[in-house]
Write a protein that binds this ligand. Structure first.
Ligand code: HSE
Length: 410
């Protein structure tokens, strides 16, 4: 028997209005949106104003509402809504990756304490059903690694820079132009820094790590390098070698530690990431017995994201909860590991700030310089290089990763 779900919806932007539409079109669910709370009374919406309330308590204090669907942009406000709803015994569905990544541990305790379900399939790669697969299908095969293109905005930017290099304006202008197009198309976060500096990809990676390896992390634990400083010459470098640049969320178990990072990666034509273009996302899951499996689909946008929210609502009809079975055998994150890296800058002096081991290739001209070698990633984690406007840093997907043995012994 399914339970009738009476939904209190927070947010009626791109995803919230999409949900309203897909829920109306789906006659399979025993669920209805009872109340919608939004922040800005002056904003133009495609429903009459009488459908909206501006007071969060109109949902949170209503005992007849048994499901809160939180689809707002502001992670701090979302935290208040979600934690209050859970404390009031309501099930919650959220698409807010930042909120979840920043408060993972607390939210897991809270939902258990109040005996509710907290689902968030839409928070990672929108329409791709990756969380529930990790929870259910991959709960008895030992997982070796997970790699994803989890951010539609940066994938859109990298695809266009690669495909239209000759027709786009030179230098930084090209980047700004394609970012603006991504914003217009509604993929980008309201603060696009979250996309282009790799934070959005990192929040999603943290959620994937939780469901892949049972490991709870905080954002500060995981390195994120973005694409803000990419130059036309970096794309040319990749093209000359038959490679593409993709912003990848990466986690792999090596010697019982989990190596995890978000970084631009040079990928070869045989990589799953090579053919994932524009705002599409893709996730490759590697398991001991099933080997690699790749999921692809739309990772951003109104209906693709709403479809994942709809799926969570549907699962809740039958009381579905994530069980987090892998938490029992959680392993820990490797903090100190080495891999092959490419670093470029507009000038040699800037490039000199970064020390590579075993340099295998370098180039210098009056306005562009790069080198390729191995790096100990701990050099990057404190932000000294990450925030240096002159440097673009990318890893090689096929490179061998080694973990510092001294740390392994700890
Ligand atoms: N800004 C995000 C992206 C939206 O570009 O993927 C979907 O999470």
């Amino acid at each position: 028997m399914s339970t009738k779900l009476k939904i209190g919806l927070f947010g009626f932007g791109c995803v919230g209005s999409g949900l309203y539409e897909v829920l109306n079109q789906s006659n399979l669910l025993n669920a209805s949106i009872e109340k919608i709370v939004v922040k800005d009374p002056t904003k133009k919406r495609n429903l009459p104003a009488s459908n909206f309330s501006y007071d969060p308590n109109s949902i949170l204090d209503d005992p007849s509402i048994n499901l809160v669907v939180e689809l707002i942009d502001d992670a701090d406000a979302a935290y208040e809504i979600v934690t209050t709803a859970i404390r009031k015994g309501k099930n919650v569905v959220s698409a807010n990756k930042k909120l979840i990544a920043e408060h993972l541990a607390e939210l897991l305790v809270l939902k258990d304490e109040f005996g509710v379900s907290f689902l968030y399939e839409a928070a990672v790669c929108a329409s791709i059903p990756v969380i529930r697969n990790l929870e259910e299908y991959y709960n008895n095969d030992s997982l070796a690694g997970i790699e994803g293109i989890c951010n539609g905005t940066t994938n859109y930017i990298l695809t266009r820079l690669n495909n239209e290099l000759k027709s786009l304006p030179a230098g930084k202008q090209a980047f700004d132009l394609v970012l603006e197009d991504a914003q217009k198309a509604g993929f980008a976060e309201s603060d696009p820094t979250l996309d282009i500096d790799g934070f959005d990809s990192k929040y999603k990676l943290q959620i994937l790590i939780l469901h892949t390896f049972g490991l709870k992390t905080i954002p500060e634990d995981v390195l994120n390098l973005g694409i803000r400083h990419i130059k036309t010459d970096d794309i040319l470098f990749a093209q000359e070698k038959g490679l593409k640049l993709r912003l990848v969320s990466f986690a792999r178990k090596i010697n019982d530690k989990v190596v995890a990072f978000v970084a631009p990666l040079f990928v070869k034509s045989d990589s799953f990431a090579y053919d994932i273009n524009n705002e599409f996302n893709g996730v490759s899951i590697e398991a001991l017995f099933s080997d690699k499996q790749v999921f692809t689909g739309k990772g951003a946008g109104s209906f693709p994201t709403a479809s994942a929210v709809l799926s969570d609502i549907s699962a809740l009809q039958y009381g579905y909860k994530y069980e987090y079975k892998k938490l029992v055998n959680a392993s820990s994150l490797a903090q100190d590991f080495e891999l092959k890296v490419f670093v470029s800058a507009d000038n040699v002096a800037a490039l000199g700030k970064i020390k590579l081991l075993e340099v295998e290739e370098q180039f210098t001209s009056h306005n562009y310089a790069y080198k390729v070698g191995r790096i100990n990633v701990s050099q990057l984690t404190h932000g000294l290089y990450r925030n240096n406007p002159d440097l673009f840093i990318a890893f090689y997907s096929e490179s061998e990763i080694s973990i510092n043995n001294d740390l392994l012994a700890n």
